[in-house]
Write a protein that binds this ligand. Structure first.
Ligand code: SF4
Ligand code: SF4
Length: 177
C-alpha cells in the first residue's frame, strides 16, 4: 500500500487533497526548527518517500498545536497526519534523525501513564540520563526550581487509573490494526 494511503487509513485524513498552498508551514510555530516543515513533509508522503519521512525529526518536533489544520483550505488535519507517521515510525522501528526527541516523547508519555499528569523535574532528569546530556540547561532548571515553578516531587492525579486505562485502550486499538 502507498504511504499516503497508510497515512489516510491511520489518521482518517485525505492527504492527497493538499495542493501545497504553504499556509500550514507559514503558521507552524516550530517550522523554523524543522528539516522540511509540514507542507513539504506532506508532499513527501504523497510521493511515497517513506524512509526520509519516517526518519525525519519533523514528525517528532510537531507539537500537535493544530495551527496548520486551522489554516488549511482543504481541512487537512496535519497534526493527525503527524500522529500517524509517528505510529508508523515506532511500528517499523525506524531510527529518527534526532533521537533525543522521541526519547523525550516516550518519557513524557510514561510519566503521564504512571502518575496521571506531567512532572517536569522527572522528565528533565530522566531525559538527561537517557541522552547523557547532563549539563545543558542546568542553570535554567535550577532557577525554575528555586522560584517554585517546578515542584520537586511528582503529584499523583486523582484520575490516574482512568488515564492508565486510556493508554491500555489506545494500545489495544493499535495492536488490533
Ligand atoms: S494548508 Fe493544507 S492545502 Fe495548503 S499546503 Fe498545507 S496541507 Fe496543503
Ligand atoms: S500541529 Fe505540528 S505541524 Fe501543525 S502547526 Fe502545530 S507544530 Fe506545526
Amino acid at each position: 500500500m502507498a504511504l499516503w494511503q497508510e497515512v489516510n487509513d491511520l489518521s482518517g485524513e485525505q492527504v492527497q487533497l493538499c495542493y501545497h498552498c504553504h499556509k500550514c508551514t507559514a503558521g507552524c510555530p516550530v517550522a523554523a526548527d524543522m528539516q522540511y516543515g509540514p507542507d513539504a513533509l506532506l508532499r513527501m508522503v504523497q510521493l511515497g518517500q517513506r524512509e526520509a519521512v519516517l526518519r525525519s525529526a519533523d514528525i517528532w518536533l510537531c507539537a500537535g498545536c493544530e495551527a496548520c489544520g486551522a489554516r488549511c483550505p482543504n481541512d487537512i488535519d496535519i497534526a493527525r497526519m503527524m500522529d500517524a507517521l509517528r505510529v508508523l515510525a515506532v511500528r517499523e522501528g525506524v531510527q529518527p534523525a534526532l533521537p533525543s526527541v522521541p526519547k523525550f516523547n516516550t518519557l513524557f508519555m510514561e510519566i503521564v501513564r504512571h502518575t496521571g499528569r506531567m512532572h517536569e523535574l522527572s522528565l528533565m532528569g530522566l531525559h538527561k540520563l537517557w541522552t547523557l546530556n547532563l549539563v545543558a540547561d542546568v542553570p535554567a532548571g535550577l532557577q525554575l526550581i528555586l522560584k517554585g515553578k517546578i515542584p520537586l516531587l511528582p503529584e499523583m492525579a486523582g484520575a490516574r487509573k482512568e488515564v492508565a486505562r486510556l493508554y491500555e485502550n489506545a494500545e489495544e486499538g493499535i495492536n488490533r490494526e
